[in-house]
Write a protein that binds this ligand. Structure first.
Ligand SMILES: *[C@@H]1O[C@H](CO)[C@@H](O)[C@H](O)[C@H]1NC(C)=O
Ligand SMILES: *[C@@H]1O[C@H](CO)[C@@H](O)[C@H](O)[C@H]1NC(C)=O
Ligand SMILES: *[C@@H]1O[C@H](CO)[C@@H](O)[C@H](O)[C@H]1NC(C)=O
Ligand SMILES: *[C@@H]1O[C@H](CO)[C@@H](O)[C@H](O)[C@H]1NC(C)=O
Ligand SMILES: *[C@@H]1O[C@H](CO)[C@@H](O)[C@H](O)[C@H]1NC(C)=O
Ligand SMILES: *[C@@H]1O[C@H](CO)[C@@H](O)[C@H](O)[C@H]1NC(C)=O
Ligand SMILES: *[C@@H]1O[C@H](CO)[C@@H](O)[C@H](O)[C@H]1NC(C)=O
Length: 920
């Protein structure tokens, strides 16, 4: 106990030091900030002092040499979202920011990544690891706040960065009349220059790159007149290009859409003898005459700079054409900047408060996997995990915060109450302690769940008098007293009145474990990738399968242990009262789906768990049978890839089934429903969903020595939980496979058009291979992003199966692959899945593989898809583990996965998740 206390005090003390450091964002005398990502310590290089990035990212696990040189890069191993460097800036001051991204030249392993870079939420560039030269992304902006984020957004593969530089731009006019824009550097050229010019010659440390061999160097006597006020270094202006009639500069490779550009041209007359009228030229940009009879000397000075704002698409052509004078045009330097309107950011007050919430939580929850993903803008472009936001009238605000079941400890961060747009707040199933902070009356909270914590004291009066509060769950906090029951009872609140309806935290933990199990199963597959890499040649050698079923499975080099045994839990189905269901669904307020059986509503149990409540409609007779069927199967069957039944209610003729709510909807939605329009499902995710669903079906097909056949496998019955783990749902039609002596006649044909096994349909002979056929259709949906049946399409494309088959047979898979994932998959992995799909949709069931063959094939595909990035990271550790038994290597690796963030040790009796769930 004492030890724990000392430890706690120590960590928070250390955190304070860390925080303090964070405030001391050290800058040079010029106000420059130079961050060398993954540097071991501070150092000085070329007159500039550099600091490591450990104040932003404390861990070093992403530190890599992506290049033979010794430049380090930080690689962010993330699967979604973004990682940002939040830099201190002075509000309304102008800055130049520059991120550098090294050439990727890793030997022996593929590193394939492509990601967007943004300043705040405004994208300013795309970095691709295939680029043969180091990339620099530079932007000029006016700080809207006292911080500015520089972000790498997850796209494909792991984002990376080697350095970041921030320079204040005092007294420059770049953002004159453009303060609500970001200027992205396209080209900054020192014409006729010989070497690169930057700090200290350029006081803002702009980098001027030399160009053009036709150079014209001034006599050393040439100077810039004092009244020119230019900030361009003399070194840059001392050289120029000139021609007797015309100068032309073509900038290709600009973005394809229409964009505004700022073009700045710098002129210094280098020939002392030139007088007014001797060097006169016209200036054209993309054939548009911007200036006629331009004469540097006309103003009585030998220096001029001009700024043009133009709209262009794809390319820019700058032409200077002599106009009747003795000498031809001259030009010393130019800059081309793309003008990008600033994208909307989340409401400033909300950002400040949620950042404080994060900091407060981090005090006692260092290394929490959820908080680690919280970086940059909380809502845009995608909300942080656990947050939901809404945008109205040009302002984006945080409306929901769900921190439930995250093992968070310490006091409730008071800043939570200051998120004034927050409507629902769920802190249930954590270890929050201390008193509940007061809520300001400006709070818009409608639903608060703080149940199942260690909170103390009384419910604050300020909370009970919140004008919009309609749901309040606070049970299962042994030290928390309502104190004001009269207020509670008289109000219109839906509340658990502090009752602890859930006897222990047990069942909830079970769910958490389930989710984690899914995450770790994927992790195991990923780790398995390393092993397979060593055998890659062998794998390549046995590419084609030989037609009848999948022979591949038989000579697999290793097999991945099934997690079934480890995670199967004793099954306890709860019986709920109708009243309880009505409270959980707030009188069936939110309808989320409708089917033959009845309607499905969303609800929240008093312990905070979100549930889907399936209510049999009074008119459905078929429903009764399905209800019982589903209840029977699900009471007995449980697997991480099958939607579990939490409980049921059978009261007053009502038949109700309660499942955990699957926050990511169905695979169908994600592939071509509404959700697909918001965010494309990438190929690795599709693959792991396919594998999850296949494992669920394999479990069913081998259940209890007697196969269970689902009979309605389709993408809308594959649901996705919050970590995108696939769960097969809807067992209303499921049957035990017929055994000898069973009468087949009693089985009416069931299924959904487009997924139906033609053999089963014509013979009415039911077997597990019918599910295999339907699963093959699901695989084709995953590959192509198309519906199984769509009569809106041309006649020959109505049926996905009939359309896809000929292309596959002619090896033209590009024709069928979803255009949204083009370029985002490993061809070998795609082929595996295509071949598996083709085998599944064989017209004769005898030729179709079994689910366990398919599972192995999909595991292989996922391994191949993952191996490029995983191979490199872990090859060393595999060698050091040694051992000839590959199976045991995988098991060993499982044990060395990072422990959960809490102090409690996993115990064999009540196993804790081996690894936190993958952050989305
Ligand atoms: C810009 O202003 C800051 C603060 O006013 C000052 O510290 C810095 O030296 C200035 N930099 C330049 C290049 O003028
Ligand atoms: C930025 O300003 C907010 C208040 O507007 C303040 O709470 C926060 O500490 C400031 N941040 C920095 C880094 O100065
Ligand atoms: C330079 O600045 C001074 C004072 O700010 C101004 O009067 C003058 O016109 C400027 N010269 C040029 C060439 O912009
Ligand atoms: C910038 O412009 C110069 C001169 O036209 C050209 O040589 C150079 O390649 C351009 N740089 C980039 C990055 O496009
Ligand atoms: C370009 O600038 C004009 C005028 O400032 C503005 O109306 C237009 O929307 C801008 N176009 C783009 C693509 O930003
Ligand atoms: C440079 O100076 C020399 C002698 O002082 C002169 O002959 C020559 O014309 C000058 N060149 C230019 C470009 O002004
Ligand atoms: C400098 O200008 C004079 C005209 O004033 C011209 O005769 C001479 O050729 C120019 N020198 C160069 C190097 O262009």
């Amino acid at each position: 106990m004492m030890e724990g206390l000392v430890c706690g005090v120590l960590t928070s003390f250390m955190f304070l030091i860390f925080c303090f450091f964070n405030l001391l964002q050290s800058t040079n005398a010029q106000g420059f900030l130079n961050i060398a990502c993954c540097a071991e310590s501070s150092f000085t290089d070329k007159n500039l002092s550099w600091i490591p990035d450990d104040q932003w990212f404390t861990d070093r696990k992403g530190c890599r040499n992506l290049h033979q040189g010794n430049e380090r890069a930080r690689v962010f191993e993330i699967k979604s979202g973004k990682r940002c460097y939040s830099l201190r800036t002075v509000k309304d001051h102008d800055y130049l920011i520059r991120g550098s991204f090294p050439v990727v030249e890793t030997e022996g392993a593929e590193f394939d990544s492509s990601f967007t870079v943004s300043i705040g939420t405004t994208p300013v560039g795309v970095v691709d690891s295939l680029s043969s030269e180091a990339l620099v992304v530079e932007g000029i902006f006016r700080a809207p706040n006292n911080y500015t984020d520089f972000c790498l957004l997850y796209g494909k593969g792991d984002p990376y960065i080697s350095s970041l530089e921030l320079r204040p731009l005092n007294d420059t006019e770049y953002l004159k009349d453009k303060s609500s824009n970001i200027l992205k550097l396209v080209n900054r050229t020192d014409l006729g220059g010989i070497g690169e010019t930057r700090y200290p010659d350029d006081r803002y440390d702009r980098i001027w790159k030399p160009a053009s061999s036709l150079y014209f160097q001034a006599n050393s006597t040439v100077t810039i007149p004092n009244n020119a006020n230019t900030t361009v270094p003399l070194d840059v202006l001392r050289t120029a290009v000139t021609d007797s009639t015309r100068l032309e500069f073509i900038q290709n490779g600009l973005d394809n859409g229409d964009y505004n550009y700022t073009v700045i041209l710098f002129f210094l007359e280098l020939n002392d003898t030139v007088r007014v009228g001797q060097r006169v030229f016209d200036i054209y940009i993309n054939d548009e005459k911007e200036e006629e009879n331009f004469d540097i000397s006309a103003t009585g000075s030998n220096y001029r700079e001009v700024v043009y704002n133009v709209t262009a698409k794809g390319s820019l052509n700058l032409t200077l054409l002599k106009n009747g004078s003795q000498l031809g045009p001259i030009c010393n330097a130019f800059e081309i900047l793309q003008v990008r309107p600033r994208d909307l950011e989340t409401d400033y007050d909300d950002v400040i408060e949620i950042k404080k919430v994060k900091e407060d939580l981090l005090m006692l929850n260092q290394g929490n996997s959820l908080l680690e993903t919280w970086s940059g803008d909380p809502c845009l472009p995608d909300p942080w995990q656990g947050l939901a936001c809404s945008s109205t009238n040009g302002s984006t605000v945080i409306t929901d915060l769900d921190l439930s079941s995250n093992k968070l400890k310490g006091p409730m961060p008071p800043s939570i109450t200051k998120l004034t747009h927050l409507k629902t707040l769920n802190l249930s199933n954590n270890d929050f302690s201390g008193e509940i902070p007061p809520f300001p009356s400006s709070s818009n909270l409608t639903s608060l769940d703080i149940s199942n914590n260690e909170l103390e004291g009384y419910l604050p009066q300020s909370l009970l008098s919140l004008p919009h509060l309609s749901i309040l769950y606070y049970g299962c906090n042994p030290q928390l007293h309502s104190g004001l029951t009269s207020t509670l009872n008289s109000s219109k609140l839906t509340t658990d009145s502090g009752a602890c309806l859930r006897k222990s935290k047990g069942p909830i933990k079970g769910i958490v474990i389930g989710a984690a199990a899914c995450g770790s199963a994927v992790a195991i597959v990923a780790l398995g990738a390393i092993v397979v890499c060593l055998y890659r040649q062998k794998l390549m050698a046995r590419r084609k399968y030989n037609g009848k079923g999948l022979s591949l499975a038989k000579n697999l080099v290793f097999s991945i242990p099934s997690t079934d045994d480890v995670f199967v839990r004793p099954i306890s189905i709860q019986t709920y009262t109708l009243e309880y269901i009505e409270m959980a669904t707030q009188q069936y307020k939110t309808l989320i789906g409708e089917g033959g059986f009845g309607s499905v509503y969303r609800g929240t149990l008093p312990d905070g768990q979100e549930v889907a409540v399936k209510v049999r409609s009074a008119t459905s007779t078929q429903g009764t049978r399905e209800f019982e069927n589903e209840l029977n199967f699900l009471s007995a069957i449980r697997h991480e890839n099958l939607v579990p039944l939490l409980g049921y209610c059978c009261e007053n003729d009502q038949q109700i089934l309660v499942y955990p709510f699957m926050s990511n909807g169905s695979l169908q939605d994600r592939l071509y429903g509404e959700a697909a329009k918001r965010k494309i499902l990438d190929w690795p995710t599709r693959l792991s969903i396919a594998l999850g669903a296949a494992r669920g079906l394999m479990y069913l097909h081998t259940y209890g020595g007697r196969s269970v056949i689902h009979r309605d496998v389709k993408s809308s019955n594959i649901l996705l939980d919050d970590s995108m783990c696939a769960k097969v749902a809807d067992f209303g039609f499921s049957k035990y496979a017929p055994q000898e002596g069973d009468s087949n006649a009693s089985l009416e044909v069931r299924g959904t058009a487009g997924y139906m096994d033609p053999e089963y349909y014509s013979t009415q002979q039911l077997s597990a291979k019918s599910d295999v056929f339907s699963f093959g259709v699901v695989l084709l949906e995953i590959i192509s992003g198309r519906e199984p049946l769509n009569i809106q399409r041309p006649r020959n494309e109505w049926s996905l199966v009939e359309w896809a088959k000929p292309f596959i047979r002619e090896s033209k898979i590009d024709e069928i692959v979803d255009p949204n994932i083009k370029g985002g998959y490993h061809a070998e992995a795609m082929w595996r899945v295509v071949e598996a799909a083709l085998a599944c949709i064989e017209p004769f069931s005898a030729y179709r593989p079994c689910m366990d063959d398919i599972v192995r094939e999909l595991e292989d595909a996922l391994i191949i898809e993952n191996n490029a990035s995983e191979y490199m990271k872990s090859i060393d550790s595999i060698y050091s583990l040694g051992g000839s038994n590959r199976f045991s290597i995988v098991m060993e690796k499982k044990m060395v996965l990072p422990p959960p963030s809490t102090a409690s040790e996993p115990s064999p009796i009540n196993p804790q998740p081996l690894a936190p769930p993958e952050p989305r």
